[in-house]
Design a protein around this ligand. Structure first.
Ligand code: BTN
Length: 252
């Protein structure tokens, strides 16, 4: 098996790096990282927008032609984001918020949007779109409409976005290779960074109902294996709120 080698395609302004990667999927090599300085129509999950001002944050999309399950593209991406963030701020309590965000202290610092590229009814690969807030200041973060953080907000220091993008690229290349060889190892590492197994959480389900759940486990499909008032149930999507005392960095 040959391991993926990252190629970085640097663009100035695009509508969305995910759209660019999707439109050019056939001509882009496996493991190409489309990176932009700004996005005019950055896409978030569930039809939301992703705040993408110029030169301030990381906006990238990784073309993964050897993955057909978007859940595994999410795992590769979130572990790579954590590695990059923890290299900068090793003591900050970053964690993965199921299913695909990276948080610190109840604030979102990174969002991941994985989309399949299809031909007819077959999946040709996955595009993993990753946004990481790097130099947004408090005023900009407050304008986002949900609790958000950036590296600068956490440390007070201004960061070199290009340098961090290259570091993220290296981590993506590494975790993509681990996925190809040892997907179960990657899954275990990802599961361990979710901090919800054995905890009580609340989940806003796809119909908007709030469910209070005890989390027993996470299945290899990514589904939450839970109990609601003692009754077993499973969820594959929804917005999770983790109780403050369950989070890393706070005593149990
Ligand atoms: C979310 O949390 O809602 C997912 C946000 C994903 C944002 C990134 S930024 C780079 C890539 N291009 C997009 O248009 N979206 C993703």
């Amino acid at each position: 098996m040959h391991f993926p080698e990252i190629h970085i395609l640097e663009l100035e302004t695009v509508d969305s790096t995910n759209l660019y990667a999707k439109d050019n999927f056939d001509v882009l090599d496996d493991c190409t990282l489309v990176s932009a300085e700004a996005q005019t129509a950055g896409k978030g999950r569930l039809g939301r927008q992703w705040f993408s001002p110029p030169g301030t944050n990381i906006y990238v999309s990784l073309v993964m032609k050897r993955i057909s399950n978007p859940f595994y593209a999410t795992i590769v991406s979130s572990l790579a984001v954590l590695e990059m963030l923890e290299r900068e701020l090793p003591r900050a309590p970053f964690y993965i918020k199921w299913p695909n965000d990276v948080y610190v202290d109840h604030r979102k610092i990174s969002g991941i949007l994985c989309e399949c590229s299809t031909r007819g009814s077959s999946i040709e690969g996955v595009i993993a779109g990753i946004g990481v807030n790097i130099n947004l200041d408090k005023k900009e973060l407050d304008s986002i409409g949900q609790p958000a953080a950036s590296l600068k907000f956490l440390s007070g220091v201004h960061y070199d976005v290009k340098k961090l993008s290259r570091e993220l690229a290296d981590s993506l290349e590494k975790y993509y290779a681990v996925y190809l060889r040892y997907p179960e190892v990657l899954f275990d590492e990802w599961k361990g960074r979710n901090y919800i197994i054995g905890r009580n959480i609340s989940l806003s389900d796809p119909t908007g109902n709030i469910r209070n759940l005890f989390i027993r486990d996470i299945a290899e499909t990514g589904e939450l294996i839970a109990e609601e008032n003692g009754v077993p149930c499973r969820f594959h999507c929804g917005d999770v709120t983790i109780l403050k005392e369950s989070l890393p960095g706070t005593p149990d």
